[in-house]
Design a protein around this ligand. Structure first.
Ligand SMILES: [Zn+2]
Ligand SMILES: [Zn+2]
Length: 993
């Protein structure tokens, strides 16, 4: 058999193939652990008996395209999931997409506009059909990208937040909270987007500084006779059009400038409305004139003042931010047109006291960038701080306790504080959106009694959802209509950890299933929930810590607490949390540490980079820079470097396979077969183990190094130090394995033709044949260790570079691997017998330093590349033994003709010192003394100048005071090095004299 690998590593040629294979073979599917279902894993154990690792993909928007942030997030999740799976866990990674209410509706509305129609023209039902069609066509794009990148998720469990199954969970969550008294309708100032025509949450508003004006307007104070007193009070505003809705002017009760105005009224200009002056401590005496206009319907602070003083709220704008009938003469005008007109009219009436330039922070809609309008409207809320009707803690209290009691932990740790701080100051959650695409709120308004009917919740005993009401629950009228608002997208994604595992469609009584759900489904759901909830880990970005993480914490703890544990006992908070750990990953920035943005034009498209360098190299780049709390400055130069790393591994594989084939040619059955059979029988050898006796030093060393590396990589991954893990593997594979071990072991890989066993039974082999046989045995041993170490190294690298390692691992087994994928083999663990303090490391270091120093001496002496030269070594007995035993290695790797052990290096030879030895190469170089003297003179001059500069800087007190510590450190180091070089150059000059 031969192992043919193409000459050059070409990621494009292998990645598509394996990506498709992993999906097709359903390698990462985890079935529901019922008694009858056996795990498809290697060890033939049922997942019920094994610990499991569950992780949920933060669902990308169905409208999304993969960006670098996704790629980082997915790379980290995939590394951890593959590592856990290979470490013997039942590893389940659940993928899915979010219906993304606003984004998707906008996308389809744009499409409709280009066709000359609109959602209003289509009507609600037809429009929703159109969105589903859109989703059918384009919605899978981002998950297809994920498949191509090899994410090891269970595609059989793919979810979409608008799926029937998940929608049922959303409905149930709403009705439960409603009947627990935790959902209410109320008037509230919301951030209104006039473009999207919906309320958006505070988190969806992006603030940007904008140059504008501060208009100061004079309101006439009324006298006792309700006539103008001739006095004016001046108020300042950045949105003069809102004055149409003013219902008061507020001053601070202790503001002495205005004491005489207490109890007075003013005339609202343009509207000719009399409004009171109220006293409120919220008013800042320092800001503007110390008097403020109060527009309760269009400003959250004014709304609060309005509540305190029972002021009316006058909404003066419609959904498109045009002035409505309440705006009198300005009705019908757009807010900015009205603003201009109002300012003009005030000026004409001499009521404009001043116009000042003013920069303020203006909120924009995150989706469409329109300036949001704070506006009073009726919305639905979750009362997160309220005790439910049945008593007990509030939703927020549970979510706070879960983190305070460490049932859920954050990495980096600082996010614990961020989370708690936000949760402890949380306001009620506005969950309604004025959209059509989304989960329509399951509440019905009665035209007769104006009350609201919401279906009763289901129970654990009977999970059948109660039907939609046909008549009003309060007066029995059939004049009821469903609420037109839909739920905030985060309401459904907040439920994911419970809903993807079947909540609430399971029952303690399997006889009773929800409609469309047979009892078997209920049972499966319940078994999934028992096995996989709480999930182990959530990996996500800081930007959705409040949006999503906090909401999952509230919803998860809230709804899971009612689900008994598998043994029937009550679930405590510890097991109610949606995830045990949260890892907050960093941002991917450009090479200059700038945030990527379309406007700056520095966005790196992961798909493009992948096309250029291969997925493995991009993944390795991200991993090598990823550590908790550190942003990643993505630099293509590093990806190039890791592409070269992949190349190096590819070439190592080719070298190994070439030798396997050579062995086969001389009749030696490859060690693979034995190895393969062993693996198939006994499960994976974690790492090769070598007896001390007889094994060569490099064999013992590479096995010990692999073991040490495996220990460090496992440790790094346990602590989310992707960077350290990647660096350990890189150094091991490139440095220890390729640069040293392969070079050393090459000397023993001499396969030569020899007589077969049968032949030798018939005749005595010749001396030459005996030699060949001995050589082949030696080579066979070397090849065995080489292959074992290489195979284990591929497993070590596999979570980071899944494609390359799959290709090579399958090739190692010549198409008959002991498992369907390297991803289903075992991740290397350190050998119990090997110790980090093994003397082999010190011995190898000694040998390496002899080789390295000889190489550099050769260079200094100007020895030609091909020439072999003798070396003199003065060393202690122990080192001498190592050098003697590895004479051949030194001779080959350092191009040495002879090692002379001496008591004293011959005078006149230039020598190097290592920790244990002095050594020198014996080489007669013809030196042009005059030219050498000239060269040295130049060098000395240059060094003297450099030294003087460094000394001057280090002598400069004010420089030292200002420069950062690391700069000063660097300069001191540089000074010392220059001084040393100068001494050497001077000595060399003297020796020429
Ligand atoms: Zn918008
Ligand atoms: Zn009614």
């Amino acid at each position: 058999m031969s192992h043919e690998l193409p000459k050059a590593y070409d990621p494009a040629a292998i990645e598509d193939h394996w990506a498709a294979y992993w999906v097709r073979e359903e390698l990462f599917a985890v079935r529901t652990p019922t008694e009858s279902v056996q795990n498809q894993g290697l060890d033939g154990q049922s997942p019920g008996g094994q610990p499991s690792f569950t992780i949920l993909l933060p669902p990308p928007n169905v409208t999304g395209r993969l960006h670098m942030g996704h790629m980082l997030n997915q790379t980290e999740m995939d590394i951890l999931t593959r590592w856990q799976r290979m470490s013997g866990q039942v590893a389940l990674w659940v993928p899915g997409t979010d219906h993304a209410g606003i984004a998707t509706q906008m996308m389809v509305e744009r499409q409709l506009a280009s066709e000359g129609t609109s959602r209003q023209k289509l009507g609600r039902e037809t429009f929703i059909e159109r969105v589903w069609q859109w989703r059918q066509h384009y919605g899978g794009a981002i998950l297809d990208q994920m498949k191509r990148l090899g994410a090891s998720v269970d595609w059989s469990r793919e979810f979409f937040t608008m799926d029937e199954r998940l929608s049922a969970a959303v409905r149930e969550a709403f009705v439960r909270l409603y009947h627990q008294g935790l959902i209410y309708r109320g008037a509230y100032i919301v951030n209104w987007c006039p473009r999207c025509q919906t309320a958006i949450s505070d988190l969806e508003v992006v603030h940007a500084e904008q140059k504008g004006h501060l208009w100061e307007i004079r309101y006439a104070v009324l006298g006792a006779d309700d006539k103008d007193s001739g006095e004016f009070v001046t108020v300042a505003t950045t949105r003069p059009e809102t004055m149409l809705g003013d219902t008061a002017v507020a001053i601070h009760p202790e503001d002495e400038r205005y004491t005489h105005l207490h109890g007075k009224r003013v005339r609202l200009p343009l509207m000719n409305r009399e409004i009171p002056i109220v006293l409120d401590e919220w008013v800042s005496r320092e800001f503007g004139t110390g008097a403020v206009k109060v527009t309760p319907a269009h400003d959250p602070n004014d709304f609060a003042i309005g509540e305190r003083h029972r002021l009316p709220s006058i909404n003066i704008m419609d959904d498109r931010a045009h002035i409505n009938a309440a705006g009198g003469a300005y009705a019908g005008q757009d807010r900015y047109t009205a603003r201009k007109k109002i300012v003009q009219d005030l000026e004409e009436r001499e009521l404009l006291a001043a116009v000042k330039d003013y920069t303020n922070n203006v909120g924009h809609c995150d989706r469409c960038k329109t300036v949001v309008e704070p506006r009073l409207s009726t919305q639905w809320f979750v009362a997160v701080n309220k005790q439910p009707i049945q008593g007990g803690a509030s939703m927020a209290e549970l979510a706070i306790a879960a983190v305070k009691e460490s049932h859920t932990t954050f990495t980096p740790e600082m996010y614990t504080k961020t989370y708690l701080n936000w949760m402890e100051n949380i306001h009620d959650w506005c969950i309604s959106r004025q959209l059509w695409w989304g989960h329509r709120i399951p509440a019905w308004h009665c035209a007769a009694c104006h009350k609201i009917s919401v279906p009763e919740p289901s129970t654990l005993v009977d999970p059948t959802p109660k039907p939609d009401p046909k008549v009003c629950a309060h007066c029995g009228s059939s004049q009821i209509e469903q609420e037109s608002d839909v739920l905030d997208t985060w309401f459904s994604s907040g439920l994911l950890p419970v809903s993807v595992f079947g909540w609430p469609n399971f029952s303690s009584n399997p006889k009773l299933g929800a409609p469309g759900l047979d009892s078997e489904t209920c049972e499966t759901n319940r078994a999934d929930f028992d096995a996989f909830y709480p999930t182990s880990l959530l990996v996500t970005g800081f930007d959705i810590l409040f949006f999503w993480v906090a909401r999952m914490m509230m919803m998860g703890c809230w709804f899971a607490q009612d689900v008994p544990l598998p043994d029937g006992s009550k679930r405590t908070l510890k097991d109610s949390v949606p995830f045990r750990e949260v890892y907050i990953h960093a941002l991917v920035r450009d090479a200059n540490r700038e945030k990527m943005s379309k406007t700056k034009g520095n966005v790196i498209d992961p798909i493009e980079i992948v096309k250029q360098y291969g997925t493995d190299a991009v993944r390795f780049t991200l991993a090598s820079m990823a550590s908790p709390g550190t942003d990643i400055a993505f630099n293509v130069a590093r990806t190039e470097g890791y592409r070269a790393f992949a190349n190096k591994i590819w070439n190592a594989a080719r070298f190994i396979f070439m030798n396997v084939d050579k062995a086969a040619e001389v009749g030696i059955e490859t060690p693979f077969k034995i190895f393969h059979d062993y693996q198939a029988r006994n499960g994976f050898l974690n790492l090769p183990i070598l007896g001390k006796e007889g094994a060569s030093m490099e064999d013992r060393w590479i096995v010990a190094s692999l073991s040490k590396t495996a220990g460090r990589v496992n440790n790094a991954l346990e602590n989310y130090r992707f960077d350290e893990a990647a660096s350990e593997i890189y150094q091991f594979f490139w440095g220890s394995f390729c640069d040293w071990y392969l070079e050393m072991v090459k000397l023993r890989l001499n396969f030569s033709p020899a007589p077969s066993f049968e032949e030798m039974n018939q005749r005595e082999p010749t001396e030459e044949e005996k030699k060949a046989i001995e050589g082949n045995i030696e080579a066979f041993g070397a090849l065995g260790v080489l292959v074992l170490v290489f195979e284990a190294s591929l497993r070590l690298l596999s979570p980071f570079m899944p494609f390359l390692t799959e290709e090579l691992w399958q090739a190692v087994y010549d198409g008959e691997p002991p498992a369907k994928s390297v991803a289903l083999s075992r991740f290397p663990r350190p050998n119990a017998t090997s110790k980090p303090s093994d003397p082999i490391f010190e011995q190898m270091e000694l040998l390496q330093s002899l080789i390295v120093e000889t190489r550099s001496l050769r260079k200094e002496a100007g020895v030609e590349e091909k020439t072999v030269v003798p070396v003199e070594v003065r060393t202690d007995a122990a080192s001498r033994k190592i050098a003697e035993e590895n004479r051949e290695i030194i001779e080959r790797l350092a191009r040495v003709s002879e090692i002379r052990f001496v008591d004293e290096i011959t005078a006149g030879l230039s020598k190097h010192h290592t920790a244990a030895s002095d050594l020198a190469v014996v080489y007669e170089k013809k030196v042009d003394v005059a030219a050498e003297r000239e060269r040295l003179a130049k060098e000395i001059a240059k060094l003297e100048k450099g030294l003087a500069t460094a000394e001057r800087q280090l002598g400069n007190e004010s420089f030292l005071a200002k420069a950062p510590a690391h700069v000063v450190e660097g300069l001191k180091k540089q000074e010392a090095e220059t001084r040393l070089l100068l001494e050497k150059a001077r000595a060399a000059m003297e020796s020429l004299a």
